[in-house]
Design a protein around this ligand. Structure first.
Ligand code: NCD
Length: 308
């Protein structure tokens, strides 16, 4: 039963609960007209303390397409955060007005603090370099659509694996499904944090390897998940400038890969995928952005306990 729950970490939902969300998102994709007013009279609050395009718009579009309404801010300076209000006071206030809240925050753990002080469901829309569970729902739904399964896949994750929160959440989530293998492609300085290796991969005996060159592994992977170097999490600009163009996926590299490869990216992209790759049928990143809205429609319905 997902009604009333928070979503802060990708492990918050059981595999059965995830299956319920996938099944509902399938129904929404095939018959969106059946869901036009299921959230009538409900209000979603979007509390964005960090920039966003896809996550905020897809949540807002999701709620509006379900017949609900939205309030919120996309700029913390326009809220009382700028006057020094605490997260817990802000959420207690928002809970007086809205039925469900989505929060993105630069500080790791902020959405969890909100959830602990909230009577309404709180959804983590990205907390610092930590987790991004609704991007993961999006990613799982996309992989399911492309591959018809979430098991037995060889997944290459490439770029800023240290600060990229989408990567941390996706590894956690995919580690729960049988037979998946990870190839972690990054410069030495941007490797996956050690807690992901010890607490998630090694603890569960999951096969993985770390490599620095993308070319080396293009041929063997089923999924290539590209990521942006997370400029805003760097302590100094020189390091960012040195590392930002570590990987550029282009046609030459795509030619090395299998015809069944899919390329994903949470977006925004900076330079890491050449625009020439967009017309390759294996490029799935804009489809992935679209699945993001359906994923959030299903999630909102489940947390509010509404259905067709
Ligand atoms: C990601 C994020 O915010 O972590 N964007 C998104 O939500 N789709 C990835 C990124 O900013 O690089």
């Amino acid at each position: 039963m997902l009604k009333g729950k928070h979503l802060i970490d990708p492990m918050d939902f059981s595999l059965i609960e995830l299956e319920e969300i996938f099944e509902l998102s399938d129904r929404i994709v095939s018959n969106p007209e059946n869901f036009l007013d299921v959230c009538k009279g409900k209000l979603l609050a979007t509390l964005f303390y960090e920039p966003s395009t896809r996550t905020r718009f897809s949540f807002e579009a999701a709620m509006l397409r379900l017949g609900g309404q939205i309030i919120g801010f996309s700029e913390p300076n326009s809220s009382s955060a700028s006057k020094g209000e605490s997260i817990s006071d802000t959420i207690r206030t928002v809970a007086c007005y809205a039925d469900i809240a989505v929060m993105r925050h630069p500080k790791e753990g902020a959405p969890r603090v909100a959830a602990m002080n909230s009577d309404i469901p709180v959804i983590n829309a990205g907390d610092g370099g930590h987790q991004h569970p609704t991007q993961t729902l999006t990613d799982l739904i996309t992989i399911r659509a492309a591959k018809g399964k979430l098991t037995g896949l060889k997944i290459g994750l490439c770029g800023d694996l240290m600060f990229g929160r989408t990567v941390h959440s996706l590894i956690k989530a995919l580690s729960r499904y049988e037979g998946n293998e990870f190839i972690l492609i990054s410069p030495k300085e941007l490797q996956v944090p050690s807690y992901i290796k010890s607490e998630v991969l090694e603890k569960n005996n999951i096969k993985y390897k770390e490599v620095e060159r993308l070319e080396e592994v293009m041929e063997e992977i089923d999924i290539l998940y590209m990521t942006r170097v997370q400029k805003e999490r760097f302590f100094n600009e020189e390091d960012y400038i040195r590392l930002k163009d570590s990987y550029i996926l282009d046609k030459t590299k795509m030619d090395m890969a299998s015809q069944d490869l899919i390329v994903m990216h949470p977006l925004p992209r900076v330079n890491e995928i050449a625009v020439e790759v967009d017309k390759d049928p294996r490029a799935w990143y804009f489809k992935q952005a679209k699945y993001g809205m359906f994923a959030r429609m299903a999630l909102i319905c489940k947390l509010l306990g509404v259905d067709e």
